[in-house]
Design a protein around this ligand. Structure first.
Ligand code: R2B
Ligand code: URA
Length: 260
């Protein structure tokens, strides 16, 4: 029989689709009872994956926020705004903190723990500082003390280019390091002052610095990365956590406006 021609078409289709399955280069996944795909709000225990198919679009990370910031900064300039303060609020993975803790960023650091943002511009690597306004961070910390609703710390925030391997997770489609190596890296990050990990703060800090905009980063931690990788808290708990930076920054704005 010629290759690719079969009397039993179904069997051959099944055979070829099996051969074309996506291969996951990660031995850790097999040991997990359930796999929660946090960004898609899907879990293998709660959803019938083979029956579901759809287009998914993500607006996350440095490229998305930098495009938005270019246009926001120009908007503020054209509008002749002065003494502008911009605060990034969002979610993050914590290191050594109870989930739900809020981190006010002292410095945004890269994945090698340096306070810098590296970008290739016209074929050359340009390095920009990611310092944030120290006074503003302290003012936000004071606000958190005043509302007294959740644990808040000032610490360094590691900004990565990826959610999975870039943040040392064991649950991505590809993972070629061990759990011990992962924990060693996260402990090194902790020892260097990192308390949370997210994906936008470095370019945010760098662009605000260059534009003369006072900036702060306030992120809630959804999990303690020393204890795991999957974001498995209930929807209601995650919603409440995500409101924390908003409540803190909302109070800060009211206080600045003399309304509290
Ligand atoms: C925090 O959460 C997102 C990834 O889940 C990313 O936008 C970030 O910085
Ligand atoms: N956002 C991240 O970038 N990492 C986490 O672990 C959680 C939210």
């Amino acid at each position: 029989m010629a290759p690719g021609i079969s009397n039993d078409k179904k069997t051959e289709d099944e055979q070829s689709s099996k051969e074309n399955f996506i291969h996951l280069c990660n031995p850790h996944l097999e040991k997990m009872e359930e796999d929660i795909l946090y960004h898609f709000a899907l879990g293998t225990g709660t959803h019938d994956f083979p029956a579901l198919f759809g287009d998914v679009k993500h607006g996350m990370g440095i490229p998305s926020i930098s495009i938005m910031l270019h246009e926001l900064i120009k908007l503020l300039h054209h509008a002749k705004c002065s003494n502008v303060t911009v605060i990034r609020i969002g979610t993050s993975g914590g290191i050594g903190l109870e989930p739900g803790s809020v981190v006010i960023t002292r410095q945004s650091v890269d994945a090698t723990f340096k306070p810098q943002f590296e970008q290739v511009i016209l074929g050359k690597t340009v390095i920009r500082s990611t310092d944030l306004d120290e006074q503003l961070a302290k003012e936000l910390m004071q606000c958190s003390k005043e509302i007294n609703q959740f644990n808040t710390v000032i610490g360094n925030t590691m900004c990565t280019l990826d959610f999975y391997e870039g943040q040392g997770r064991l649950d991505g489609a590809i993972c070629l390091y061990t759990e011990e190596e992962k924990l060693r890296y996260l402990k090194e990050a902790f020892d260097s002052g990192v308390r949370n990990i997210e994906m936008e703060s470095s370019v945010f800090a760098a662009m605000c610095n260059l534009s003369g905009v006072k900036a702060a980063v306030v992120c809630v931690t959804l999990l303690n990365r020393l204890k795991g990788d999957q974001i498995s808290s209930s929807h209601d708990i995650l919603v409440e956590y995500q409101q924390r930076p908003q409540r803190l920054v909302g109070y800060f704005i009211k206080k600045r406006l003399g309304k509290v």
